[in-house]
Design a protein around this ligand. Structure first.
Ligand code: ARG
Length: 405
């Protein structure tokens, strides 16, 4: 019996060619795994394409629920934005798909797993490191990292072997999509000075075409996780779908950035992440209402680190687990409602409330009913400023002495 490999199959050129290549070059039989992480398109068509291209079996695995509850929820609670901007949407789906590969490799008794990543990107790092953490004995094969075919040669290879490759007009960009966002790179975008045309965007309207009137949305959070949208309890998947749609209509969540890849390359990236942008904006604002300043400040550092570890493929690492412990405790009181206004390409928080709010009107007001102790302020500043006063006095004294000598 031939050895088996479980391949993450997207239906694109690389993974279609990979099925044939794994059979011919490695003598493997291929089980293709199509992961549903909420990307648009008919995934059943893609599953059938894997069979047409010679896979022994092809599975369509619905990972949406797990993606949202186990991965997106954690990223949101950490307000995860890589380098302060990118909601790590592509990065977040990789360990989940790696986990599915490993689980199916075990089920089928496969010796190896495979993916279609090339040698220059982050995704290979995320797949390989995740698989290594989950099962260090499995082999990992990345055909597109090994073969020396150009894109044209790949197409030629596919035609020569009668492979079924996507016939849609080939996009000038490389695109990856899931429920948390859409990533676009390559082609004209490789010039950091090139202003992206509207053809780059599919989820979001141009701010010029947005409705004239702003739209207000209200999100209710429990323990840092959204549970209601505009007063209606909805599943998390449904909340994301609606916010992607509403935010998209208002051109919210377009990101154009220079990014540092794990492999040391700087690259120019475009993202469309309407739901992620709205929810992270709302969640971080609610945290500012309910968390004490020291926790909040410390957590912002953890948030940054958390986004970085998701980006760099450390989802199953001990560091991630340790930070989860911290984040989980900080979220115990992140309950409340945030009201946001969507207009012309932006979303802003216009209101927030919570039973756990630390905002106290009797302390904050400049009007009637002020309970803040004004006398205490003076004494407080005297002690608080003592080291600085001492510093200034000491400096003066020493300067005078030096002058007198
Ligand atoms: N730069 C992003 C990341 O590393 C997006 C990668 C997009 N992947 C793709 N196959 N187009 O997470």
């Amino acid at each position: 019996m031939k050895n088996l490999v479980v391949l993450a199959y997207s239906g694109g050129l690389d993974t279609s060619v990979a099925i044939k290549w794994l059979q011919d070059n490695c003598n493997f039989e291929v089980v293709a795994l199509v992961a549903d992480v909420g990307q648009p398109g008919d995934l059943e068509v893609i599953r059938k394409r894997a069979l047409a291209n010679g896979a022994k079996e092809a599975l369509l695995v619905d990972l949406k629920e797990e993606f949202v509850e186990g991965y997106i929820a954690a990223a949101l609670r950490a307000n995860a934005l890589y380098q302060g901007k990118y909601p790590v949407s592509t990065a977040l789906a990789r360990p989940l798909i790696a986990q599915a590969l490993v689980a199916h490799a075990h089920e089928y008794g496969a010796r190896a797993v495979a993916h279609g990543c090339t040698a220059k990107g982050n995704d290979q790092v995320r797949f390989d490191v995740s698989v290594a953490l989950l099962d260090p004995y499995l082999d990992i094969i990345a055909p597109a990292r090994e073969w020396k075919m150009s894109r044209e040669e790949e197409i030629e290879y596919a035609l020569r072997h009668g492979l079924d490759i996507p016939v849609t007009k080939s996009s000038p960009y490389s695109v990856d999509e899931n429920l948390w966002g859409r990533s676009i790179e390559c082609g004209l975008l490789e010039d950091p000075w090139y202003a992206p045309g509207e053809d780059v965007y599919e989820w979001t309207c141009s701010p010029k075409e947005c409705p004239a009137d702003p739209l207000y949305v209200e999100v209710v959070f429990e323990r840092g996780i959204p549970v209601q949208l505009d007063g209606v309890s909805l599943s998390r998947v449904e909340i994301l779908r609606r916010l992607n749609q509403l935010g998209g209509t208002y051109g919210v969540g377009r990101i154009d950035m220079m990014e540092d890849r794990v492999v040391g390359i700087k690259s120019r990236e475009i993202y469309e992440c309407p739901a992620a942008t709205i929810l992270i904006t709302a969640h971080a604002d609610l945290e500012s209402l309910v968390l004490p300043k020291d926790v909040l400040d410390y957590k912002r550092g953890v948030d940054y680190l958390y986004a970085d570890l998701i980006y760099s493929g450390k989802w199953f690492s001990p560091l991630k687990e340790a930070l989860d412990g911290f984040i989980s405790i900080t979220q115990e009181r992140v309950n409340g409602t945030v009201r946001l206004k969507l207009e012309c390409g932006r979303c802003v928080v216009v209101g927030r409330k919570s039973d756990y709010s630390l905002y106290d009107p009797a302390l904050a007001t400049y009007g009637k009913g002020d309970l803040f102790s004004h006398q205490s302020a003076r004494g407080f500043i005297e002690l608080y400023g003592l080291p600085m006063r001492t510093w200034a006095l000491k400096g003066d004294e020493a300067d005078e002495e030096a002058l007198g000598q």
